[in-house]
Design a protein around this ligand. Structure first.
Ligand SMILES: [Ca+2]
Ligand SMILES: [Ca+2]
Ligand SMILES: [Ca+2]
Ligand SMILES: [Ca+2]
Length: 330
């Protein structure tokens, strides 16, 4: 138990007597906003309790509270009950919708105790905020429009319409936002794929999710969304030329460099890693005459050629990516 602003052992006695005295005395109710300046008048208790102003001093009016702070005091010359300490609703009543402070106005001769309940109304003094600054989503370029992805929920220490009421998303061509309310999370949002992604066009998409509260004016908090577009093997290797022509002297030594073939693949990782292979066509096994380095695409002579026997070799080469469902080009 803590007592009004002034001294006293006599007051300990008074509180001990609280239940023995006139507890049926009237009750006053006031409503004020949180975070009012010290000195702000809540109401006039002399008037509201029908007391003479002179009696306040002669009957030694005191404000008594069971809180560790009194928050309020009374001006004995005017009867005004005023705010004497900072009132932060979020600190006083965290996660509670209804918040009030109960105090008592105690008078001597005769001893009276009047109960006063002061409702503390919420002010929009907290902005929505996310637990993290950025959130990463890994989304395959294979997925079809309509796929949904849950997003982190923003908190707001205020209540009711001063808490989060909506979410917004950066304008973009691939995703829309579906904002739902209800359930234990209050208001939450899901990302909805509107247009299929293409990693080869844009591998990372950065968007900003904004949580907005319903205060007037409203406050907001943001979260960066980083969408990594995961590769799907949707590109076939492509040779730099469809036909490579090269002339070799028939007396060239085995090991002589002939040419290097080149192919590229727009995908990523193994989906774009290309290996080359010589292909048998008809009776010709090109690996009898040529060495192909499957990684570099370099072709070297394997054994001496005979112009009189064969004047030209047409060799088919396959380029194959290393995706789990590989794609091939010839
Ligand atoms: Ca508040
Ligand atoms: Ca708020
Ligand atoms: Ca590929
Ligand atoms: Ca791809």
């Amino acid at each position: 138990m803590v007592f009004g602003s002034r001294d006293g052992s006599a007051w300990i006695f008074l509180l001990a007597l609280l239940c023995l005295c006139d507890c049926s005395a009237s009750q006053l109710t006031y409503s004020i906003s949180e975070e009012l300046n010290k000195g702000t008048v809540v109401g006039n208790i002399a008037k509201d309790l029908n007391l003479n102003i002179q009696d306040l001093e002669t009957r030694d009016l005191r404000i008594v509270s069971s809180f560790s702070k009194t928050y309020f005091d009374v001006n004995l010359r005017t009867g005004n009950l005023f705010v004497s300490d900072r009132i932060d609703r979020e600190e006083l009543c965290p996660h509670v919708d209804k918040c009030s402070i109960k105090i008592q106005a105690a008078l001597n001769n005769p001893m009276n105790v009047h109960r006063i309940e002061i409702h503390i109304l919420d002010v929009n003094d907290n902005q929505p905020c996310f637990e993290e600054q950025s959130h990463v989503l890994n989304i395959s370029e294979l997925l079809s429009p309509g796929e949904r992805f849950p997003l982190p929920v923003a908190g707001d220490a205020d209540i009711g319409s001063n808490a989060v009421t909506s979410y917004k998303l950066t304008q973009n061509e691939h995703f829309s936002l579906d904002v739902q309310s209800g359930g234990e999370h209050g208001v939450y949002a899901e990302l909805v794929l509107q247009k299929a992604l293409d990693r080869e066009k844009q591998a990372v998409i950065k968007l900003v999710l904004t949580a907005v509260d319903g205060g007037k004016p409203s406050r907001s908090g943001t979260l960066q969304l980083i969408i990594n577009v995961l590769d799907f093997n949707d590109n076939t290797p492509a040779f730099s030329q469809s036909l490579y022509k090269v002339q070799v002297k028939e007396n060239a030594d085995p090991g002589t460099f002939i040419l290097r073939i080149n192919a590229t693949d727009l995908d990523a990782g193994l989906n774009s890693k290309i290996l080359f292979f010589l292909i048998k066509t008809g009776n010709l096994d090109p690996s009898k005459y040529f060495n192909l380095n499957s990684e570099t695409g370099e072709i070297h002579l394997k054994e001496k050629l005979d112009y009189e026997e064969t004047r030209a070799y047409e060799v088919r080469i396959q380029a194959k990516d290393q995706g789990s469902s590989p794609r091939r080009a010839h």
